[in-house]
Design a protein. Structure first.
Length: 225
């Protein structure tokens, strides 16, 4: 079985051990990495996410762009694992579909984390391995806030996790002003695919520095195409 751990190791994003949560805190780690995220997607169903990229200066951060990401379930095994087809973007921008067997976690999250690392690297520089380490460390130490989210026109119970993994980094002065980059994740076990909203905000603190924001939001579920 292709577990989350194996997928994470492939991207260098496995979590470090974390300390026990303080009284009243809800640790983000089990919410993000120990949940059965695909249980609400049936065989033959497909969840659609809307991706949007907006920037302040096309010359520095590229063109604004929006497209769809789709996650379909082709098969469900007797333990509830899903055979997943993951499709990133459409038309000329479409990536090759990725197929994974027997998943219980949503590969959209791993794609989001990997893209966050690559985008930060393109803007601020730095070693990919170092950036991955800082993000996994921040997620390991993060707490989750109970919130309400919207799905299908209804309010659902959700958790929101926000991290700024480079804000206090010793190398912040070398990050082209992007050290305050923030990442926000909203999840709900009442929403197919679990992930409701994923945001990345790259705003340079340098004078006339560019801004880049990326947003992935669940749209809905239908039949696989």
């Amino acid at each position: 079985m292709l577990s989350f751990v194996r997928m994470s190791v492939a991207l260098g994003l496995t979590l470090l051990p974390v300390a026990a949560a303080a009284a009243g805190d809800q640790k983000a780690s089990p919410i993000l990495f120990e949940s059965r995220q695909l249980d609400l997607i049936d065989k033959g169903a497909e969840v659609t996410y809307r991706f949007e990229k907006t920037g302040s200066d096309e010359r520095l951060v590229g063109k604004n762009y929006s497209d769809d990401i789709r996650l379909g379930v082709a098969k469900i095994d007797d333990k509830g694992g899903r055979d997943v087809v993951f499709k990133v973007f459409t038309g000329d921008n479409a990536r090759d579909p990725q197929n994974w067997p027997e998943l219980t976690i949503n590969p959209l999250f791993i794609w989001y984390l990997d893209r966050s690392v690559s985008t930060f690297n393109s803007l601020a520089g730095g070693s990919h391995m170092y950036l991955k380490h800082k993000i996994r460390e921040a997620l390991g130490n993060a707490t989750a806030e109970e919130v309400k989210a919207e799905y299908g026109g209804k309010a659902v119970d959700a958790y929101k996790i926000t991290i700024s993994p480079f804000a206090d980094d010793p190398s912040a002065s070398k990050m082209q002003g992007f050290h305050k980059a923030a990442f926000t994740i909203v999840v709900s076990n009442q929403v197919p695919g679990y992930f409701v909203d994923l945001q990345s905000s790259f705003v340079s603190t340098q004078a006339a520095g560019p801004e880049l924001k990326e947003h992935i939001k669940v749209v809905g579920m239908g039949e696989a195409k």
